[in-house]
Design a protein around this ligand. Structure first.
Ligand SMILES: [Zn+2]
Length: 84
């Protein structure tokens, strides 16, 4: 028996999704940087976390949809502007 995970793939029941686990870890690292008032640059985080830059860009958009006001864009950097 398998179920359709939020990551878009099928997993066996009782199996932890490695993809969602890694995403959650990335999101908390990004939040940590943003809350320190730092400019977060996607390429830097991407190389530190060994993922593609577009993965970080996607993560930022997830945070935005969850209500964090984040200014900036890829190539420039991101800044936290508060909670919506
Ligand atoms: Zn999954």
């Amino acid at each position: 028996m398998k179920y359709l995970c939020d990551c878009g793939e099928f997993h066996g029941y009782g199996q932890t999704c490695q993809r969602l686990t890694r995403r959650a870890e990335r999101l908390s690292t990004i939040i940590e940087h943003l809350l320190k008032g730092r400019v977060v640059r996607a390429y830097k985080l991407a190389s530190a976390m060994q993922v593609a830059e577009r993965t970080i860009v996607r993560d930022i958009n997830i945070l935005r949809r969850s209500g964090m006001r984040i200014d900036g864009e890829p190539g420039v950097g991101y800044m936290f502007r508060g909670q919506q």
